[in-house]
Design a protein. Structure first.
Lengths: 355, 229
């Protein structure tokens, strides 16, 4: 029930105007219990299965996949800038034992509008945010981005981060402490179910609560902590590379979004011109030409966008490939390697504990 | 009789080519049996000249109308209404012919084809693109209209229909020797019979380029030399 209420509380959809949302920044140090660690999973790119449908919507898979890494990192930066939180990490895939896990799905990203469906839930299963965020970029957002630090769509990131803070402020210190404990115990329970499987209870709504606590100097718990630190090592190494992608991608991405926006504006203006023009006689050469002209320019525009997307890919691909290939010498994509890394850590843990 | 046959042949050819304008079928697998890749320039000698074609059609049209008028006169019926309609019909064919000429005036085609798709880049026009499908021909229906493309035996067909009913089919065929390309374009509308214009292209090899270019978003085309020419 609590989950439903929280979801309803934050279910409304608002379109954020550019420059409308200021980030709430903590001038001092965040309190020990308040500074929850946050994991941002790489976003769902929201690609249409039907490529023809995706084409109609102007979705380019290469760019959407890059965006699915770029946007969590942009939010991560905003979370860090707000100075209200503990460690903020971009995760190759969702980890339910994170103190606060943020996932997202890109619903629209066309230069003019950015829309992301964001879900944030803590380790106890309590949903903090479960709604769509939509923002429109200011007319000069992309040029201005070259001159000042405010990023296009920064208002959207600010809105998400402010909402997280607003929710956290509704929780008491016991709630926050429990979130930390549950996160540790969920991780420990997944790693060593025999030892930690019964420390937590789950109600019918899927909400976790602490049944009992291990001793503070429990050697098994220390081993679990050490394994978790190793896992963070992998994530932090990947995080450096997300940072590199972000830095590399930002100017190109701004250009792409600017071009995309211009193309959309051109098309709207072109459609308006066509609608206002006197209609030539049906069956005349002018009528055929006008009918074809709308089709032709829309196709040319689509193909121009494809060329720009290719240009984007040519520029960003080496960095993306670096992310995919140099973190550690494990095979597969980043998320596959993350899974493999976790499996190896679990093997080590088993060997150490004689499991 | 010979003159009569000569006049009938263009009309027969017109009807035959119009009949060719069917939807792409599934007679061939998705993997292309013909590779159109390369650079092609228009062969003006063999391609239809739209005015000549219209003149031939007009003569044939008039002859048919005269014949029809004579037969109605003999039956004692009046014919002026038929003549007005006929003149309007022919004007719409002229409009359609001019339009076919307009949309097929690209002198050079650059074609890139892989196992899975094809892109036909045309001068002063959008590129015709198609992703080969093993199942049904690729169909896109949106606010622009309808687009279908796919193989029909050894021919590649691009079919577009605008929302107002204007219908365009490009049927691309390559000669057995692989040195000629034939693009038969049939345009059709609700207010006119179909008109087909044939364009032929000859393969040509552009001068070798001693540099290679890559397009990037922030720097535009970035070219580098491939070594000494």
């Amino acid at each position: 029930m609590a989950r439903v209420c929280y979801a309803l509380l934050f279910a409304s959809v608002f379109v954020i105007r550019a420059g409308a949302v200021e980030l709430t920044v903590n001038a001092g140090e965040p309190g020990q219990h308040e500074a929850l660690n946050i994991g941002l999973a790489v976003f769902d790119p929201g690609l249409e299965r039907d490529t023809a449908a995706g084409r109609k919507l102007g979705i380019f898979p290469v760019i959407r996949n890059a965006e699915s890494r770029y946007l969590p990192y942009a939010i991560r930066r905003t979370l860090v800038d707000s100075n209200h939180w503990g460690a903020v990490r971009v995760l190759p895939e969702p980890d339910q034992s994170t103190e606060l896990l943020i996932t997202g799905r890109i619903e629209q990203s066309d230069g003019a509008t950015l829309s992301i469906f964001v879900t944030a839930s803590d380790s106890s299963g309590r949903v903090w945010i479960d709604r769509s965020y939509t923002a429109t970029a200011a007319e000069n957002a992309f040029q201005a981005a070259q001159r000042r630090s405010r990023r296009p769509f920064q208002d959207l990131y600010n809105e998400i981060v402010n909402d997280l803070l607003a929710f956290r402020q509704t929780l008491g210190s016991t709630d926050l402490q429990n979130i930390r404990r549950i996160a540790d115990l969920r991780y420990a329970g997944a790693l060593a179910p025999d030892a930690f499987g019964d420390f937590l209870s789950v109600d019918e709504q899927g909400l976790y609560s602490v049944r009992r606590l291990p001793a503070r100097n429990d050697p098994m718990l220390n081993r679990v902590q050490r394994i978790r630190e190793q896992e963070y090592l992998f994530i932090d190494t990947a995080d450096d590379q997300f940072a590199e992608l972000y830095t590399e991608m930002t100017p190109v991405y701004d250009l792409w979004r600017q071009f995309q926006r211009e193309q959309m504006q051109y098309r709207t203006a072109h459609d308006a011109r066509l609608a206002n023009r006197d209609k030539p006689r049906k069956g005349s050469y002018q009528a055929y030409k006008q009918s074809y002209s709308g089709f032709k320019w829309a196709k040319i525009q689509g193909q121009e966008m494809k060329l720009l997307a290719q240009g984007f890919n040519n520029e960003i691909a080496p960095t993306t490939m670096e992310i995919e290939g140099t973190v550690v010498k494990l095979n597969g994509s980043l998320d596959e390697r993350y899974r493999e890394w976790r499996r190896i850590l679990r093997e080590i843990f088993k060997l150490e504990t004689g499991g | 009789m010979r003159v009569y046959m000569q006049k009938l042949i263009p009309l027969f050819l017109l009807v035959l080519l119009s009949a060719c304008g069917s939807e792409p079928t599934r007679r061939q697998p998705a993997a292309a049996v013909v590779n159109f890749s390369g650079h092609w320039e228009m062969d003006y000698g063999r391609s239809d000249e739209v005015n000549n074609k219209l003149q031939l059609m007009y003569r044939e049209w008039r002859r048919l109308m005269e014949k029809r008028a004579n037969s109605t006169d003999r039956r004692g019926m009046q014919g002026p209404a038929l003549t007005v309609d006929t003149s309007r019909d022919f004007n719409s064919v002229v409009a359609l012919a001019k339009f076919a000429d307009f949309i097929t005036d690209s002198q050079v085609l650059d074609i890139e084809q892989t196992d899975i798709d094809i892109e036909i880049r045309r001068e002063n026009n959008f590129a015709l693109t198609c992703v080969f499908s093993e199942k049904e021909p690729l169909t896109v229906v949106d606010e622009l209209g309808l687009e279908i493309c796919g193989w029909d035996a050894h021919q590649l067909v691009f079919h577009m229909r605008m929302p107002d009913g204007l219908d365009i089919r490009h049927r691309v065929t390559m000669s057995t020797a692989g040195d000629r390309l034939h693009v038969a374009t049939t345009v059709n509308s609700k207010s006119s019979p179909a008109f087909t214009l044939n364009r032929f292209y000859l393969r040509f090899n552009p001068l070798p380029e001693h540099y290679s270019c890559e397009y990037t978003l922030s720097k535009g085309n970035v070219c580098q030399s491939n070594g000494s020419p």
